[in-house]
Ligand binder design. Structure first.
Ligand SMILES: [Cu+2]
Length: 762
């Protein structure tokens, strides 16, 4: 076989090639025809779970959080947060432990609560495809993560076929959901000739607070709030309202085998409540510029990318949380403004070289430069006459000052197809992570905010903050395909993640400052640790996949896995030597309930479990249509091996079963979600147990050639339940005052909701 033919085949079969083939739109058919001629190497371990486009289209009507698009992917669970800021966990490893690429950009949460999680920078209305690489991820897609990789791609512009006239297409969609009075819309428009293509896509979504199926606390008049007070019902989940908009402009140029893509993105969230954080997002604005080049050559393919993303983020108390603190006689603190600015620049060069019919080499380099400032202006900004010192004045509190986290990664991967049945992949990645932060300060020189006498700010400032980590990742996978209906895959991966800026540099032992550093959603108080080391995960995983050769027919997939994490970054009760010897800190050392003082610390952990998913055709006839049963089940266990404790936010055993009926343009689905009790909880964090539950959802859609209608009812039986990974309810009241709010209410899930969505395609 000629090298050139192999190159084309490889280009079609492998991740980068797939992206390219999709980008060149209609020409994809031509390339696919070539694929059939030769033996297409199955991309090893690079075989992700893909969320089908039709599924994304249907979900736009009932989901506004991009992270929730992953809800049906085996092995993925979700830390719920704000309405558009969920944090996906893969096999129990969440947040920064998962590498999330949005249009190729490694986005970073620029917030002490991780409110602007990477997936909050795009919206389901703009997303075209989502791929999840669980556990054993190829090193070419990993780096600085231990849980896996999520690749999200926005809709790309489409080129016309050579010799054909220009194409124009567009889509306009809208939805309404009864619970929370949520509504939104999305618009996309694209034009393309055979060499130039451009597109715009935008989306908007808004929701009020949602309600649970029943009261979970007494109804109350909110006091001291920014709006002067309003009634919060007993079933109303405070601080769950949001509004978000996203825009993306994309220009693509194609010349022979070269493709250049220029993207400009804008995100704006004017408000987003957080029911499990003590503060709310009151502003988030992000600009993204992203330039990509893809080339197809006789020797293989080349991809390169440069991007910059800039975020301005602000937090304060939204409508439901107390805004005014203190008494008029002394001073009044009107809210607590917190500001963050993140600047993220990255570059990537990646090549795939076809060495022979058997061997493929993939190598490249990645660079990321990240800067973060997190500062809290004084409140009040001007002290009243006669008052010399307010609690949060007169200076600006610097939480992270000139934070720096830079990464340089180099990787190489060798993929070999020994014969039609056996494939192997071996990859190595080296990564240098360089971190630093500048001099910090409290609101004033009082004992509280500079931590004196035990932990004066000078203690932190006098230490060297520069940290360099040299991290190594290894991935090895073997795939055996004895028959078309069966494939077996086994792999081992060693993956490394360096601590984030907050884990290393959040410095203040003051209770109120510690409350504000929390990405667990558990209401506890956290302080960083300058001595943290990177965490190193060793994962072994096996996947057996039986399936019919016809798509959408029967299939069964089983993935057991085991991960041991050295230096896992967990938390310990903050020792008095770090957080001071106040009564509260001393009591916290042995407390078994309530909010506690915690410090990030390296320990060891293990996680293991199994994912099972399958599809069975039930009925298929020309009159009655096609009835299919689908199901997935996940079991996961996570323990801290240093303390014997359970890991935090581990999804209890859960299953999802659905019957899908397709006839003519209709797709009707009855879906059930079954979740067991969460009884294995993290004691160090006083994690709350949650009860088991079963939910039913009805969904219907009808597709015409140029339109699509979606109707449904989520939580059909209006069942009350607590979100197993939803954290502690801190959605209303005096959330700034430590334990002034109850610590024993889990955040409940949404009660019944009716929804409708309509999409027009032209
Ligand atoms: Cu924030």
């Amino acid at each position: 076989m000629h090298i050139k033919t192999i190159a084309i085949i490889v280009a079609c079969g492998i991740a980068v090639g797939t992206v390219y083939a999709e980008d060149i739109g209609n020409q994809r058919q031509v390339l696919d025809d070539v694929v059939v001629v030769g033996a297409k190497p199955e991309p090893l371990a690079a075989e992700p779970t893909t969320v089908p486009t039709t599924e994304i289209e249907a979900k736009r009507s009932y989901l506004s959080d991009t992270a929730q698009l992953l809800e049906d992917v085996p092995g993925v669970s979700l830390y719920s947060a704000g309405g558009v800021s969920g944090l996906p966990a893969i096999h129990g490893l969440a947040d920064d432990r998962v590498r999330i690429k949005v249009d190729g950009m490694d986005l970073v949460s620029a917030c002490a609560n991780h409110m602007n999680a990477p997936l909050s920078y795009t919206s389901p209305g703009n997303v075209e495809s989502v791929q999840v690489y669980a556990g054993i991820t190829p090193v070419s897609l990993g780096g600085d993560s231990i849980g896996g990789t999520i690749v999200v791609q926005s809709r790309s512009p489409r080129f016309a076929n050579p010799g054909q006239g220009p194409l124009a297409s567009g889509e306009l969609g809208g939805f309404y959901r009864s619970n929370g009075n949520a509504f939104g819309s999305n618009l996309s428009a694209a034009v393309g000739s055979d060499s130039v293509a451009a597109s715009y896509q935008g989306s908007f979504s808004q929701s009020g607070n949602y309600t649970a199926a029943r009261d979970f606390k007494p109804g109350t008049a909110a006091a001291g709030t920014v709006d002067g007070g309003h009634w919060i019902g007993g079933d109303e989940v405070g601080s769950t309202r949001y509004q978000a908009e996203n825009h993306l402009l994309d220009l693509a140029l194609r010349h022979e085998n070269h493709l250049l893509n220029l993207e400009f993105g804008y995100q704006h969230i004017p408000y987003q409540g957080f029911p499990n954080q003590r503060m709310d997002m009151t502003f988030n604005e992000s600009y993204q510029g992203n330039v990509r080049y893809n080339g197809n050559f006789q020797w293989g393919t080349l991809e390169s990318r440069i991007y910059n993303e800039h975020t301005r983020h602000a937090m304060n108390f939204d409508r439901d949380k107390q805004f005014f603190y203190g008494s008029a006689a002394t001073f009044i603190a009107p809210g607590m403004p917190m500001e963050t600015e993140g600047n993220n620049t990255g570059a990537l060069v990646k090549a795939e070289v076809v060495l022979s019919e058997r061997d493929l080499l993939r190598f490249g380099a990645e660079y990321q430069r990240y800067r973060l400032d997190d500062w809290w202006p004084p409140s009040p900004s001007v002290l009243p006459a006669g008052v010399t010192m307010g609690g949060m004045a007169p200076n600006t509190f610097k939480n992270i000052n000139d934070g720096k986290r830079d990464r340089v990664g180099l990787f190489g991967e060798w993929e070999a197809r020994w014969n039609p049945a056996w494939l192997t992949l071996f990859g190595v990645r080296g990564e240098w992570v360089d971190m630093n932060t500048g001099t910090v300060q409290g609101y004033n020189n009082g004992a509280m905010y500079n931590g004196a006498p035990l932990f004066p700010v000078t203690t932190f400032n006098s230490r060297d903050h520069q940290r360099s980590d040299y991290n190594v990742d290894l991935t090895t996978v073997t795939r055996y395909t004895p028959a078309k209906q069966l494939s077996l895959e086994a792999g081992y991966a060693m993956k490394t993640r360096s601590p984030n800026l907050y884990e290393r540099y959040a410095w203040s032992p003051n209770t109120m400052a510690m409350e504000m550093v929390n990405f667990a959603g558990d209401g506890n108080y956290y302080i960083g640790n300058l001595d943290l080391k990177p965490e190193v995960a060793h994962t072994v995983s096996v996947t057996a996949d039986w399936h019919d050769t016809v798509p959408e027919s029967w299939g069964l997939k089983i993935t057991p896995y085991y991960t041991y994490v050295e230096d896992y970054i967990d938390a310990r009760r903050c020792p008095t030597g770090v957080c001071g010897s106040s009564t509260a800190v001393q009591n916290s050392l042995s407390a078994t309930s309530g909010f506690v003082y915690l410090q990030f610390v390296n320990q060891s952990a293990q996680l293991y479990g199994v994912d099972v998913s399958g599809t069975v055709p039930v009925v298929s006839s020309s009159d009655l249509g096609k009835l299919t049963a689908t199901g997935k089940f996940s079991y996961l266990r996570g323990t801290n091996e240093s303390t014997g404790d359970n890991l935090y936010n581990i999804m209890p055993p859960n299953a999802k079963l659905a019957l899908v009926h397709k006839v003519r343009g209709w797709t009707n689905t009855v879906e059930s979600e079954l979740v067991a009790d969460k009884s294995e909880v993290s004691q160090v964090r006083d994690e709350l147990k949650t009860g088991g539950y079963s939910l039913f959802h009805l969904r219907s859609s009808y597709e015409w050639q140029h339109a699509r209608l979606d109707l449904g009812i989520t939580n059909l039986l209006d069942r009350f339940y607590s979100l197993p990974l939803g954290g502690v309810y801190t959605g209303q009241g005096a959330t700034m005052s430590g334990s002034a709010i109850p610590a024993n209410i889990p955040v409940p899930g949404m009660g019944r909701s009716y929804y409708a969505g309509l999409t027009l395609k032209f």
